[in-house]
Design a binder for this molecule. Sequence first.
Ligand code: PGA
Length: 262
Amino acid sequence: MRDIIIAGNWKMNKDWTETRDFGGLVADFATSLDHPAVRILIAPPYPFLQEAVSITANSPVKVAAQDVSFRQNGAFTGEVSAAMLASIQVPYCIIGHSERRQYHHETDATVKARMQGLFEHQITPIVCIGETLAQRDAGETEKVILSQLQGCFEQIELADSEKVVVAYEPVWAIGTGRTATPEQAQEVHALIRQWFAGHYGAGFANGLHILYGGSVKPDNIADLLAQADIDGGLIGGASLVYEQFATMINTAVQIVKHRRTQ
Ligand code: PGA
């Protein structure tokens, strides 16, 4: 059975002190839970990754970067490579987030290149895909999702579903307060899993974690996680407030416990 991943994407929020304090709180909380079936991730900005790695080192909390360069090294001012992330023991990295696609011209092809670089350094990519509102309204959701999957994963060899995480984030739901209904999200998650079953086999697809992102909050996370193909949340705004983040982790723990008694 897949465990649940609760990942906080801080985006361009929190400074060094806030990273240390918040990371410390989450680390203590996660340790007190002693529940390995919920995986907790935080994704602070680059300058604070090392602090986050060190403050969470003796806890189950793992750290993710929010992006990585698709190049290996050299004269690329402002870029950070997968090797650099690996050198400070960052185990996860978000790639292809819609804000990177929208403001920094990230494409499926560069997402793929980033993914290859991360694999070389044993860092698990969290690959984000999702349609815009115009695409949904035009009835193109399925087409867009399948094309993003094809573009990001073409020629990528994957044998172990633990090596990658996929996040479905409908662009129209990110930071807007407008969440996809659990049914809308489930429909796309099932489509994604089916695509992976077709390309990498049923065993791989069954083990793959597919997270939902887009205005996940304490009051909607239970309904989202109740869906068969939703394996966690990639959470922006609500992950910045400790009480909200802790509440969502608690909800995930209750859901896992409930599933295990069934
Ligand atoms: P949100 O962001 O929860 O603030 O909508 C989610 C994300 O962009 O990862």
